[in-house]
Design a protein around this ligand. Structure first.
Ligand SMILES: [Zn+2]
Ligand SMILES: [Zn+2]
Length: 429
């Protein structure tokens, strides 16, 4: 394998994806171009609703919005044939069956961007300076999933090209997931069974506070989380003429917001709650009849996460009752906690150390974030397989989800080499 050639190609792919970012469940341009490349390489593809359990989908835009995103994907150079084949759900599972007995290894790559505007001021921001900054307003690859997608394609190419000479056994599955941000996509793919039958499962994140040259074989500390929208419904009335006839949804929501942030901490570990958005009311002289609140709760383990989520539901109901309003809750995303299996972690460490292209191979702490590949890890582990979450070190210019975020592009080819080495350790002979 000519790694220098591959590195150039990965950078070109990443920059193209960076220029045309798409957020959760709208990755039609991205997924269609990924599918086009994978099928050209000879991977066997399953796409769209065949990779997503529709009843388990969380946080997907309305059908009208999806129409608009599909139209934009076509305008921006998506592959029209593959966009059609996605049937409105941009998920892909690519399979390589060697025809020889052996384990099933699944890898997950996420494709979505973040809802943030890319830096327009700083002319030293490389995507701006070198002409690949986002052209889609308020959308930006500021978490590095453009690099993840490029790495996934690199892994696909490397494995396929060396398929026969390496004598791979068993089966390799590459899962290209929509909607990791907000923990919206992995659960529905897991429910559809995309990781079922896997003996090994790997997911990886670039950056995340881990510097270039370091490779994490067991990334710890993802918080279990639930994201939800709470809608309060009251009754409108004239604010001076008949205030007693109103039922104030705004005050119910405001009371709930304060109480949510006052949930007692849990003795056993970290928890978080955040009311990130609160919109209410229609007019200055009207008792507000509607309020919508976007909330997330998190816990260091599932028990703590359940504790904070359940207290939150009590507070929402209680606040609604106080003002004679009603509240309904819709889950928009969820992730669980995860741990790496010791045997697989050790094996991955051995494979990556043997490569000799990282200065340090170690366990790393993520600390504070959430990640929905944890659903896939948990499913594989529950069924007797092994899983681990990897960290690909990369120096970043600003925190993740910030408009000035950029990464060290030379990390990408190292990520491909690491995954290739681990997969070969598992299914090579
Ligand atoms: Zn992110
Ligand atoms: Zn991310």
């Amino acid at each position: 394998m000519n790694w220098n050639e591959l590195e150039k190609e990965l950078i070109a792919i990443r920059r193209d994806l960076h220029r045309y970012p798409e957020s959760a469940w709208t990755e039609f341009r991205t997924a269609s171009l990924v599918a086009e490349r994978l099928s050209r390489m000879g991977w066997d593809l399953t796409v769209g609703p065949d990779t997503v359990e529709l009843s388990a989908v969380m946080g997907r835009p309305s059908e009208e919005e999806i129409d608009a995103h599909i139209a934009r994907a076509r305008e921006q150079g998506g592959n029209p044939e593959w966009i059609d084949r996605m049937r409105r759900y941009p998920g892909i599972v690519a399979t390589l069956r060697t025809g020889r007995p052996g384990p099933v290894v699944s890898l997950r790559f996420d494709m979505d961007c973040v809802d943030v505007d890319e830096d327009r001021e700083n002319q030293n921001h490389r995507p701006r300076k070198e002409g690949f900054a986002s052209v889609n307003n308020n959308l930006m690859h500021s978490c590095g999933h453009d690099a993840h997608t490029a790495i996934g394609l690199g892994v696909a190419q490397v494995l396929m090209e060396q398929k026969d000479s390496l004598h791979l056994n068993g089966e390799i599955r590459l899962i290209f997931q929509p909607g990791e941000e907000g923990c919206r996509g992995a659960y529905a793919m897991t429910e559809k069974g995309v990781v079922d039958g896997s003996d090994y499962f790997l997911a990886m994140h670039i950056g995340g506070g881990v510097p270039s040259g370091v490779f994490g074989i067991n990334s710890l500390g993802y918080l279990s989380t639930t994201k939800f929208d709470a809608t309060f419904t009251g009754r409108p009335a004239h604010a001076a003429g008949a205030p007693h006839e109103g039922r104030n949804a705004l005050l119910a929501a405001a009371s709930a917001a304060l109480a949510l942030h006052g949930i007692a901490p849990h003795r056993d570990g970290a928890m978080r709650v955040n009311v990130g958005v609160l919109n209410a009311g229609t007019g200055r002289n009207v008792i507000a009849a509607q309020a919508v609140m976007k909330v997330e709760t998190r816990g260091e383990n599932q028990e703590i996460a359940d504790y904070v989520y359940e207290r939150a539901q009590e507070i929402l109901q209680g606040a609604a009752t106080m003002y004679g309003a009603e509240v309904s809750v819709v889950k928009t995303g969820a992730g669980t906690t995860a741990f790496g299996d010791a045997e697989l972690v050790a094996l991955a460490g051995e494979a990556v150390r043997e490569l000799g292209c990282f200065t340090s191979v170690q366990e790393t702490a993520k600390g504070g974030g959430s990640e929905d590949a944890t659903w896939m890890m948990r499913r594989v582990q529950e069924r007797g397989g092994q899983a681990t979450y990897l960290a690909l070190g990369s120096d970043i210019t600003a925190p993740h989800h910030n408009g000035s975020f950029d990464l060290d592009e030379s990390s990408m080819v190292l990520g491909v080499r690491a995954l290739d080495a681990i997969v070969r350790k598992l299914v090579g002979r």
